[in-house]
Ligand binder design. Structure first.
Ligand code: FES
Length: 578
């Protein structure tokens, strides 16, 4: 609970000069220089994060969204203060934005703690930004509302509707297979990402926006309006107004991010056929919120909840279609029997009441289904265990090939994404469609966990018509990807996980029905190989060294160990399901 007797507004978080009076006087002088008078400073201060960057085209509409949040804040009697944080543009950061998710989470957490604000609106969008902000929110002592920049509107090429980035990958695969020439793929390149906004399939950005709403950290209806739309701006204004109310009558993130919130979010994730990346992010957010969420919870809920939303890559449609069908509120209504009706998010209204105000999925639309007539079966996401992943691995079954869900094949091992890039197209590579592509040294410690798990099919096999192969790694894959791709194997190879022991030709068995992933090599041979493993190397300096030395494994959320501690004073981790 917030201490209402504590200093508010500009009097919060005084700079330490050893004289509180002088600190206030000096802060007042600089605020006066910025044009603020006592009337201004009597109002609640609402911090608003600014993640605009020329290196993040997904956030191109953010300035106008921020202006609308500011307008809402002023209308409600608050004082908006915009402050910058890092912006993580998915295709602009090397080796991967995931390496910097925890940095943005740490930066956001510290800037909220260090600066004087009574509530904060965190506006993210591109994949890692919303997870980082939710991780920061989980440990915030002031109210937080999350908003997003919204998704892009679809484009088209030669009469075919296109969206980033499931279609990016599909067309690239066709180009690699020789079906599209250079001129054609260049035309496609200009038609995939046509407006401001985040990828408009159910990739990581759309999944995390939807989960922020399901967790109760976003006002209802905020996940799905497209980035260029008036609905997006109106939601921003409403968010600004609500932030002022929360500053006056606080509801803290740790009161919202309860075990029930995560249970609700897992049902929504399963019904969306959402990104596998969301599993790592939810685990990280939960640890910060002091909630004991595990991969077993992910698998348990996914077994109960069928696929209800028809969006790529699991389905056929795009975010604007989801929005027109009613978005997350209608999905929550469809899932209501499975959700905790008493959960209260930033709206302050219990979920049961929000659901009662919402119509069920309408008969005129075919994007949001009901559990009685789902789009797909239960188990869209599964957690696998076995001798190749003792601490777990994940597979998005809804984006995989049914004929590969039970498969045994010989391994071809790649020691890094770069190694795979060179060798996969080598005509001399002796490989068939039955082989299992194994990628290692791409986990959190080794490489920051890039989205390299969805290895491209060897060009020769793609040209021969092969559409999918089993792929296994300690990497992630983009939420927009598809294929029979086993990800997040833990422990990763760089810390001695069993992926490090695989050799070309070893048999690997995937059995999704049994939730198993096994290396069919005897223990004596594995022990011999383990004794030959080279010593681990760590980056020499900077963030990469800190990250490599302290990051947790994927099954624990890949947060930095010293940031993932349970919230003090809550009597230990809170169980998702007793
Ligand atoms: Fe930004 Fe897909 S690249 S959301």
């Amino acid at each position: 609970m917030t201490d209402r007797s504590a200093p508010q507004g500009a009097a919060r978080n005084i700079t330490s000069y050893g004289d509180e009076g002088f600190s206030r006087y000096l802060r007042g002088a600089f605020l006066a220089a910025a044009g603020y008078d006592q009337e201004d400073l009597s109002r609640p201060i609402i911090g608003i994060t600014d993640l605009t960057s020329d290196f993040n085209p997904c956030h191109r509409a953010l300035p106008s969204i921020i202006e609308n949040v500011k307008r809402g804040v002023v209308e409600a009697g608050g004082l908006p203060f915009v402050f910058p944080t890092a912006s993580l543009g998915e295709s602009f950061m090397s080796p991967t934005t995931m390496l910097y998710r925890n940095m943005l989470a740490l930066e956001t957490e510290e800037l909220v703690r260090a600066q004087p604000m009574d509530a904060v609106v965190m506006i993210g969008g591109c994949d890692k930004t919303v997870p980082a902000q939710l991780m920061a929110a989980a440990v915030s002592d002031v109210p937080v509302i999350v908003d997003v920049v919204g998704s892009m509107i679809t484009g088209s090429w030669r009469g075919e509707r296109l969206g980033a980035c499931t279609d990016c990958r599909r067309f690239w695969a066709r180009h690699r297979a020789g079906e599209l020439d250079k001129a054609e793929i260049t035309e496609v390149e200009g038609s995939l990402a046509t407006t401001a906004g985040t990828c408009m399939v159910m990739g990581t950005a759309s999944t995390m926006a939807s989960l922020a709403e399901a967790l109760g950290m976003m006002l209802p209806g905020g996940a799905t309006p497209t980035s260029p739309s008036g609905a997006r701006l109106r939601h921003a204004t409403a968010t600004g107004r609500r932030a002022v109310e929360l500053a006056r009558d606080p509801l803290l993130p740790r009161e919202i991010l309860t075990p029930a919130a995560f249970e609700n979010a897992l049902h929504v994730l399963a019904a969306l056929g959402g990104s596998t990346n969301a599993i790592v992010h939810l685990l990280a957010i939960a640890r910060r919120a002091g909630v004991e969420l595990t991969l077993d919870d992910v698998d348990r809920v996914a077994r109960e909840t069928p696929l209800l939303v028809d969006l790529k890559p699991s389905g056929t449609r795009y975010m604007e279609d989801f929005h027109h069908a009613g978005g997350v509120p209608v999905l929550l209504r469809a899932l209501a029997d499975r959700l905790d009706p008493g959960h209260v998010g930033v709206s302050g209204v219990p979920l049961a009441e929000l659901v009662a105000r919402t119509d069920p999925p309408a008969p005129w639309q075919d994007v949001i289904a009901t559990p009685e007539q789902p789009i797909g079966p239960t188990g869209a996401l599964v957690v696998l265990r076995g001798s190749l992943a003792p601490d777990g691995a994940v597979l998005k079954v809804s984006a995989a090939s049914p004929h590969l869900l039970e498969h045994t094949g010989p391994a071809i091992v790649f020691d890094s994404p770069e190694d795979a890039a060179v060798r996969l197209d080598d005509p001399a590579l002796d490989i068939t469609a039955d082989h299992v592509l194994v990628l290692r040294n791409a986990g959190p410690v080794a490489a920051g966990m890039p989205e390299a798990g969805s290895l491209p099919l060897p060009r020769r096999l793609a040209a021969a018509g092969v559409k999918d192969m089993v792929r296994v790694s300690d990497a992630r894959m983009s939420g927009t990807s598809y294929g029979t791709v086993v990800l997040h194997c833990a422990p990763e190879s760089a810390v001695g996980g069993p992926l490090a022991l695989v050799r070309d030709g070893d048999l690997v068995r995937l059995d999704v029905a049994e939730r198993r992933l096994d290396l069919l090599v005897d223990d004596v041979e594995l022990a011999r190989r383990r004794a030959d493993l080279p010593p681990r190397t760590v980056p020499l300096r900077g963030w990469r060294r800190l990250h490599a030395e302290t990051v947790l494994q994927a099954n624990l959320g890949a947060d930095l160990a010293f940031l993932a501690a349970d919230v003090p004073g809550q009597g230990g981790p809170r169980q998702v399901k007793e």
